[in-house]
Design a protein around this ligand. Structure first.
Ligand code: GDP
Length: 197
């Protein structure tokens, strides 16, 4: 897919305030600092459409962008902040889970995980929650340029092994690097094949 236009629409604090669900929507989520903003910017070929390195816990908003005037890209708040109180964390989680469960036009959720780490409890729990709630999702490994290619393969295999402990089938998996501009095209290809824009 060629990105002709990418426009910011609005930031919303609740799913009820999001733009009309009148176009197919694809959302991106992950732990804070996973590289979500960088990947969105690299994929859309924009320098700072999604803000990178926002202060954790400061802006917990659902950001909508409209791409090629035909689909929504949604940048969801990061989950699993270590530096905020438990009740604040619960509020963030509510924003996210309410959005995912209520957003009728959501086609797919891209769950970002850092390629450098072994499967983290919070990510696995979130992925399991998606499965239990019938949320269509894919897994996106980020920052793959920080590792040797063989280590990336090993880490992805470890992740698959962890997932197969509870899942019969594996979701789509993408290996990306915002730094090297890798993997974004595959994600865009998936998006265009799941919809006729
Ligand atoms: P977000 O909080 O998930 O939106 O994460 P950011 O996109 O702000 O990235 C967090 C940090 O990781 C920043 O310092 C980025 O420069 C860095 N980063 C993000 N993606 C990559 C990548 O693909 N490769 C490398 N080497 N660094 C990255």
């Amino acid at each position: 897919m060629v990105i002709k236009t990418a426009e910011f629409v609005k930031s919303s604090g609740r799913w009820q305030d999001c733009p009309e669900p009148n176009l197919p929507e694809y959302a991106f989520i992950g732990r804070s600092n996973v590289g979500k903003s960088s990947l969105i910017n690299a994929m859309l070929n924009h320098k700072d459409l999604a803000k990178t390195s926002q202060t954790p816990g400061k802006t917990q908003l659902i950001n909508h962008f409209i791409i090629n005037e035909s689909w929504y890209l949604t940048d969801l708040p990061g989950y699993g902040y270590a530096r905020v109180s438990k009740s604040m964390r619960r509020d963030f989680e509510k924003i996210i889970t309410n959005y995912i469960l209520n957003r009728k036009n959501l086609v797919n959720l891209f769950v970002l995980v850092d390629a450098r780490h072994t499967p983290q409890k919070i990510d696995i729990e979130f992925i399991e929650w998606c499965g239990e709630n019938g949320v269509p999702f894919s897994i996106v490994f980020t920052k793959s340029d920080k590792l040797k290619p063989n280590t990336v393969i090993t880490n992805v295999e470890d992740y698959k092994t962890e997932l197969l402990k509870t899942w019969e089938d594996l979701p789509e998996i993408y290996v990306t690097s915002a730094e090297k501009k890798l993997g974004g095209d595959e994600i865009l290809k998936f998006i265009s094949t799941t919809n006729q824009f």
